[in-house]
Ligand binder design. Sequence first.
Ligand code: SF4
Ligand code: MG
Length: 329
Amino acid sequence: DVRNLSVTFTKKTLFRPTRTVRAVNDVTFQIPAGQTLGLVGESGSGKSTTGRALLRLVPITTGTASINGNDMAAQSGSRLREARRDMQMIFQDPYSSLDPSATVGASIAEPMLVHEKVSSRTAANRTKELLDLVGLRPSHVNRYPYEFSGGQRQRIAIARALALNPKFIVCDEAVSALDVSTQNQVINLLEDLREQFQLTYLFIAHDLAIVRHISHSVAVMYLGRIVETGPAERIYNSPAHPYTQALLSAIPDASRNRKRRERIVLAGDLPDPSDPPTGCPFQTRCPYVMEICRTENPPMTEVLAGGSVACHLQTAGPTLSGESLPDPA
Ligand code: SF4
Ligand code: MG
């Protein structure tokens, strides 16, 4: 249960004055236990920082992030370590998240030996069970990460993440580096594991196509803010925010079963996060930009079909979903 979460960094750079970057800006979302929230946006939008803040891997500047009733912003010392045991993070690059000089078995067993102080025999048995659970062979314990493919390495990273029986897992671009068919296999595995162990996921990706089949709900981030959130069905069928529409229009098969969606090509790049525009953060690239967008940041407003959106089109006109937006200027 994340409320008004902000994470501010101070960046010291050579040749430039010290800058303050609000990497995460007033972010609010909830994930019901046992469900998956897909968190989507371009790189630099603050998705990873949000995920890290929930586990307190980066400091929370303001706001709360309660997981199982524990506000992570308020924990420290041994209570923080205790709260973190129920949480894990799986990263994009299985090549770098596994120690190349350790056997796969040693990598998976390590958290159990360190945090649960189990005997090596118990850890060894559990390691073999975990390998089996993620679709690898128990006999793989003696091998090294380089002997596996990218998809297999991500399975090993998942086995390691599961070692301490977490309840909440942040998957940060966990399948983004894999080819599409391997992506699907790993996503299916994560789905099975979620059902089997009632896991809750924050599933981060830069692409709406990736999160489509795993997410119950979706949140779209832009320049540190959530600009749209709602049930996955509604987001895919009638995206309300022009940025969500642009992201969705970039998926080649998104229009197959419904009326053809024009490809919306976004002009320009993400603005400098240390110097965001006043008003709507998306105004520099939005095809619908209006006068009010230059000065006033649109508040999150409920969308009739579910969820909410931060766009003046919602409040300015009769528009209740993306279907009735005017033609871009
Ligand atoms: Fe575009 Fe204005 Fe909506 Fe921002 S508030 S997304 S600039 S129409
Ligand atoms: Mg990232």
